[in-house]
Design a protein around this ligand. Structure first.
Ligand code: TXA
Ligand code: MG
Length: 323
C-alpha cells in the first residue's frame, strides 16, 4: 500500500509533468496533470492510444465539478451525491479551459471522484484534476493489480502507486449528462438499476449521437490475445471438442463451476457471485494469455446488475479485431 512518502513522490511527479500509475477501485489508472497537454500527450504515447480520444479527469471531491463542467444539472449533483466517491464517471459540458488533449476535441468532459483511499489521497494532495485512462496498452485488458501495470507498461511509467487488487475490477459506469436526459454509455460498478432508482426515470443505453468517439465503445476492446468466443454453457463441451480437434489451445471461462470438459481444455472459473466474478474477470483474461490459449470459450452471465458490465466486457473481448 502507498505511504505518505509515496503520495508526496507521486504528486511531485505529476507537478513535473510526469506520469503516475495509481490504484482506483475500478482498475489502475495512468495519470497525468489534466491541465498539462504535454503530460497528457505522454499518457497517450505510453498507451499507444490514438489521440483525439477523450480521457476521464479524476477529482478528489464532487465540489470540484464546477471547475471542469460549465453546467452541472440537478441530475448530475444527484448522481454525484449518491455514487461518489465511487465507480461512476459523468460526462458533462466542459469549461472552455479544459485541454483538447483531455476532451479529444469534444465539447464535453468526463469526470470521476474515485473511492480508493490511495487514489483519493493522491488527488487530495495534488489538488487539481488528474487525467487518467486505464493503465494498459491500447486495446488490451485493463490492469487490476500493480503487477499487471508493471507487466504492461514496465519502465515507461515514472511511478506506480500500489493499492492492492482493485475492488470492483471493471471500469467505471459512464453516464452521459451532456445531452439532457441521462444515458448509460458504459455499464460498470454502479448498475443501471441503481442509476434509475436515483434518477427515477429509465436510463437509455448507448450514446445519443453515434458520432461520439470513445475507445471503450469500440467493438473490440478489453481483449486477451486468445480469440474470445461466446458460448452457451450447454454447448461448451462440443465447442471445446471441435476446437481441440482443430489444433487450438482451448480454454473455457465460466461463472461458477464449469460443466464436464474434454481432456486438454483449460478451465478458467470465475466465482458464482457476479460482483466477485467482475473482480476476477481481467485476471482470468490475462491468465488465458499466460496459458498461451488460442481460443477462449466464454459463457455469458445474466445481463442484470453488475452482470451487465461483465456481459459488456465479454462481448467486447469477443468483438471483431482490427487487422
Ligand atoms: O474506471 C475507469 O473509468 C478507469 C479508471 C482509471 O478511472 N478509467 C478508464 O479510462 O477506464 P479509459 O480511458 O480506459 O476509458 C474511459 C472511457 C473511454 O471510453 C472514453 O472515451 C470515455 O471514457 N470518455 C471520456 N471522456 C469522455 C467524453 N467527454 N465523452 C464521451 N466519452 C468519454
Ligand atoms: Mg481503457
Amino acid at each position: 500500500m502507498g505511504t505518505d512518502v509515496d503520495i508526496d513522490r507521486a504528486v511531485a511527479v505529476l507537478r513535473g509533468g510526469g506520469v503516475v500509475a495509481f490504484a482506483t477501485e475500478t482498475v489502475y489508472g495512468l495519470g497525468a496533470d489534466a491541465q498539462r497537454s504535454d503530460a497528457v500527450a505522454r499518457v497517450f504515447a505510453i498507451k499507444g492510444r490514438p489521440v483525439r480520444h477523450p480521457v476521464i479527469v479524476h477529482l478528489a471531491h464532487a465540489a470540484q465539478l464546477t471547475d471542469w463542467a460549465r453546467e452541472v444539472t440537478p441530475a448530475a449533483w444527484c448522481l454525484a451525491e449518491a455514487f461518489w466517491p465511487g465507480p461512476m464517471t459523468l460526462i458533462l459540458p466542459r469549461h472552455a479551459h479544459v485541454a483538447t488533449a483531455v476532451t479529444g476535441g469534444l465539447d464535453t468532459v468526463g469526470l470521476r471522484v474515485p473511492a480508493h483511499p490511495l487514489a483519493h489521497a493522491l488527488l487530495a494532495a495534488f489538488g487539481g484534476g488528474v487525467a487518467a485512462p486505464s493503465a494498459n496498452r491500447f486495446g488490451s485488458v485493463s490492469p487490476t493489480t500493480a503487477a499487471h501495470v508493471r507487466q504492461d507498461l514496465g519502465s515507461d511509467v515514472d511511478l506506480i502507486l500500489d493499492g492492492g487488487p482493485c475492488e470492483v475490477g471493471l471500469e467505471s459506469t459512464i453516464v452521459d449528462l451532456s445531452t439532457g436526459a441521462a444515458r448509460l454509455l458504459r455499464p460498470g460498478g454502479v448498475t443501471l438499476e441503481q442509476l434509475e432508482a436515483v434518477l427515477r426515470v429509465p436510463v437509455p443505453l448507448g450514446p445519443a449521437d453515434s458520432r461520439m468517439r470513445a475507445p471503450g465503445l469500440l467493438a473490440s476492446h478489453y481483449a486477451p490475445r486468445a480469440r474470445v468466443e461466446l458460448a452457451d454453457a450447454i454447448d461448451l463441451h462440443a465447442r471445446a471438442t471441435a476446437a481441440l480437434a482443430a489444433g487450438e489451445r482451448v480454454g473455457v471461462l465460466t461463472i461458477g463451476a464449469p460443466p464436464v470438459l474434454p481432456v486438454g481444455t483449460s478451465a478458467l472459473q470465475l466465482p458464482d457471485d457476479a460482483a466477485d466474478a467482475a473482480r476476477a474477470l481481467y485476471a482470468a483474461l490475462r491468465e488465458a494469455d499466460v496459458l498461451g490459449l488460442t481460443v477462449l470459450l466464454a459463457a455469458l452471465p445474466d445481463d442484470a446488475g453488475i452482470g451487465r458490465a461483465l456481459v459488456d466486457r465479454l462481448r467486447r473481448a469477443a468483438g471483431p479485431r482490427p487487422g
